[in-house]
Design a protein around this ligand. Sequence first.
Ligand SMILES: [Zn+2]
Length: 282
Amino acid sequence: MNTKIIFAEKCLGYGAWHIEGPQRIKTAQEILKEKGYQFLEPAPATEEDLLKVHDAEYIWNLKKGLVEDADTPAYDNIYEYARLSAGSALLAAKTNGFSITRPPGHHAGKNGAALGVHTRGFCYLNNIAIAVKNLNKPALILDIDGHHGNGTQEIFQGDAKTVYVSLHRHPHYPGTGARTEGNSINFPLPADCGENMYLKTLDHALSMVDVNKFEVVAVSAGFDTHMGDLASLGLTENSYNEIGKRIAALKKPTFFVLEGGYMGEKNGQDIDQLLRGFEAKQ
Ligand SMILES: [Zn+2]
């Protein structure tokens, strides 16, 4: 496989008790290693990288650990973990790779929680937004996590160079994304809708955007749409292979940043299938 996996062992060092814990990534990276993927080690993003997306006050609070909410604890050194995950997304963007470093990012808005939602849904910094803003190229952001990326929508709302497309379960956390708003094209889907409906919707979504306008495709790759996971849309390993083929058919430089997906072993298989589908069509 050509796509490199971007991963930092250090990201397994916190939050063992949380559903967004190290095990979901540890198992996935073991599976990907076994399958022969090559790995790259990221460096942390700089404060300057983060400030292209987040307010200085929010960054200051994150450094001080003043960011606790119901599902996003103020772990010791969380700023350093979050900077590393953002740096992993930056390296994925540079190498057309797949970042699997945690914590995830798409619920984090400019100043923390986004679009009136009260929690940040396991996210501290918006990794994919930091990668796209630092690339500074016209970008299509495709969010296939089962939850709506309210943070990403907020950050890019009205940005003429970027279109955000999201397929997600609704009604469900965070409650946003019920309709399209400007350059945020949203496709709410019912729980466990299944592969046929999902792929039809994805085909329709991708037919609505003029791909020629973009120089890069950035994928918020969440796997909690897998049958039985937190935001299940009833998808299976095969579904991710099909999604990968459709992303490859856009024929643009592409990178992937892991969002959700809480069944470690399935995460690893699903990432592999997504990349197999993607590479088969390139
Ligand atoms: Zn999710």
